[in-house]
Structure formats: C-alpha cells, structure tokens
Design a protein around this ligand. Structure first.
Ligand code: COA
Ligand code: MG
Length: 291
C-alpha cells in the first residue's frame, strides 16, 4: 500500500470521494476526526460503506481506525464495523505488543461471530502517539500475526509531551519527532512489517508533500498516509518503484543468481554484497505486488 487516505467516518460525501481518489487504501476514521456526539452515526455510516464498497470488483483496501483502547469506545466500534469485513483495523495511541494482542483477541471473537476466517482482519498500529508508546516500540515483533504495518504520529505525541510545536520554521520536524519517526522504521523492521509514514497536514503544499515522500522512501517507508484526495497522486508516484530502480534491482538479483558461490561482487565500480541483494529483492517484491 503506497497511499492510505483518511476519510472521516461520519461524512457520506467524503466516503464517496475517497473511493474515486485512487488511494490504495482508505482509512475510515471513527477516532479524532469524528466528534464524540457523532460516533454512533459514524459507526453506522462506516458499516454501511463497508457493505457497499466491499462488493466492488476494484476497490481500495478498507481500513477502519477505531478509538484508542483507553477510551472504552473500541469494542462498540468493532461491534459496528466487523460484520462489514474491513481488511484491517487501525489502532491509534497503541502502546506496544500487549495492546496488539488485546485488540487481536477482540477482533478474533468478532471474526468467529461473523463466520470469517480467523486472522482475515489485519492490524496497523499508530505506534508513537504517546511517550509510553515510544518506549514500547520494540515489543510489537512477534506479538500478533495480524500486524501488517506500523505508522507514527507527531500531533498526538506533541500534545502528550506538552511541546509548543513539532516542526521548525523550515518545515522540518524537531528532534523528538525525528526520533519517533526513526524508531518506527526500526520497530517495523524488527516486526517484519511495512513502515508507513505519517500524514503531511498542509494539504495545499504539494511540493512540501513530495519532499517528505522522497525522504520517506529514501529511509525505508513503503507508503504514506494522506488526509486529502489531492495528496494521493503524489504519494502513489513517489512510492511506486521507478523503472530505473526496478531495472537496477533486477540486474543485482541476476548477477547474484549467476554467481551463486560469490558473497561479494563488483558492479559499475560499486561493491555489492548481501544487504544490496536483500534491498534489491525487497524492491522487486514491492514492484511485483503493485503489478
Ligand atoms: N477524503 C475524501 N474526500 C475529501 C477528503 C478526504 N480526506 N478531504 C476533502 N475531501 C473532499 C471534500 O469533501 C471536497 O469535496 P467537494 O469538492 O465535493 O466539495 C473536495 O475533496 C475538496 O476538499 P477541500 O475543499 O479542498 O477541503 P475541505 O476544506 O473540504 O476539507 C479537511 C479539508 C482537512 C477537513 C479534509 O481534507 C478532511 O476531512 N481530511 C481528513 C481529516 C482526517 O480524517 N483526519 C484524521 C487523521 S489525521
Ligand atoms: Mg490523532
């Protein structure tokens, strides 16, 4: 998944627009973009949307962001949306492996009630929204086979730590958020799941978005969350392996295939060894998945 577009779960209009956005996934939101009063209505509308959109032959992945476990709202969210067979549940304010196994158990019960295959519903965790969450980043590895990706958030984290801002005037993140971003990459690698980059909230600034996408791709993120349909095309473009990158990866793989006894090979004046081969294989696998 390159682009994951947030759509407030209480907006019929945005849900429809989301379908036409070209996003690889929609994150149907029951959490922060929906007021407390509107939660029941958002649950009902989201469920209806899952039923309808789920029938389409070509559709984005459908992910539901439920409310955090600490709110006491999560189970009612799951009761409403699980019969609509979402592809994944996004857990905000996640604080490590124990939260993951807790949510996985709640999902498993509802899969059984709806007669869905056990494990059909994946989980994506937003793993850096609290200080406590930061210290738990190492505990996702091995906690649940449902985990499909880890992502990070700077807005709630700055509220949790009491920061005045999370970006410098240049637009770059301040140190605490750069660290949260880096730790998310390591946590995702440890858990062997996708690292998904956080949102870029200035939705009219497409050059700023592109720069952040390029930096994300460079560092190992495989996709990025969006908050506005106008962001989808840029994200899809940057996170699609380019023909040149694919050709280079294929050349490296072919070279190692042709020389099975060699651990290190020279190509165009560069030393290539195992990490280069692994990187090439990952890029090729990603390109194959995108078709
Ligand atoms: N998903 C689907 N459609 C969206 C959308 C989204 N995330 N954001 C905007 N649109 C639609 C608008 O409804 C509008 O439709 P229209 O042309 O039929 O009127 C069109 O795209 C253009 O929107 P625009 O006028 O540029 O923006 P806006 O002022 O209506 O909305 C936001 C701005 C930020 C409120 C809106 O983008 C939004 O709701 N984003 C998601 C917020 C969210 O989920 N946050 C939680 C995660 S951080
Ligand atoms: Mg939030």
């Amino acid at each position: 998944m390159r682009s994951l577009l947030f759509v407030p779960g209480d907006s019929q209009k945005k849900l429809q627009k989301g379908l036409e956005s070209g996003a690889d996934a929609l994150i149907l939101d029951l959490e922060d973009s929906v007021s407390l009063d509107a939660k029941p209505q958002a649950r009902a509308l989201t469920r209806e949307f899952l039923n309808e959109a789920g029938k389409l032959a070509r559709r984005p992945r459908l992910i539901v962001r439920v409310n955090a476990l600490s709110t006491g709202l999560t189970e009612a969210d799951l009761d409403a949306v699980m019969p609509g067979a979402p592809d994944a549940i996004m857990l905000p304010k996640a604080e490590g492996g124990p939260d993951l196994t807790h949510l996985a158990a709640q999902i498993a019960v509802r899969e059984a009630e709806s007669d869905f295959a056990d494990g059909a519903t994946r989980i994506i965790a937003i793993a850096t929204e609290t200080g406590k969450g930061i210290f738990a980043l190492g505990s996702y590895a091995g906690a649940s086979h449902r985990l499909a990706g880890l992502t990070w958030g700077a807005e709630d984290l700055s509220a949790d730590v009491g920061a005045e801002t999370n970006r410098l005037e240049s637009g770059d993140y301040t140190d605490p958020y750069r660290m949260a971003r880096s730790l998310t990459l390591f946590a995702a690698a440890a858990a062997q799941v996708d690292a998904i980059d956080s949102v870029f909230t200035a939705f009219r600034d497409s050059e700023g978005l592109r720069a952040e996408c390029l930096a994300g791709r460079r560092d190992g993120f495989t996709g990025k969350m969006a908050i506005h349909p106008a962001q989808v095309a840029v994200i899809n473009e940057v996170f699609s392996p380019s023909p040149e990158a694919l050709a280079s990866a294929e050349a490296i793989i072919a070279l190692f295939d042709a020389n099975p006894g060699l651990g290190v090979i020279g190509l165009d004046g560069e030393m290539l060894d195992r990490p280069h081969l692994m990187r090439a294989r990952r890029l090729k696998a990603r390109a194959d998945r995108l078709g």
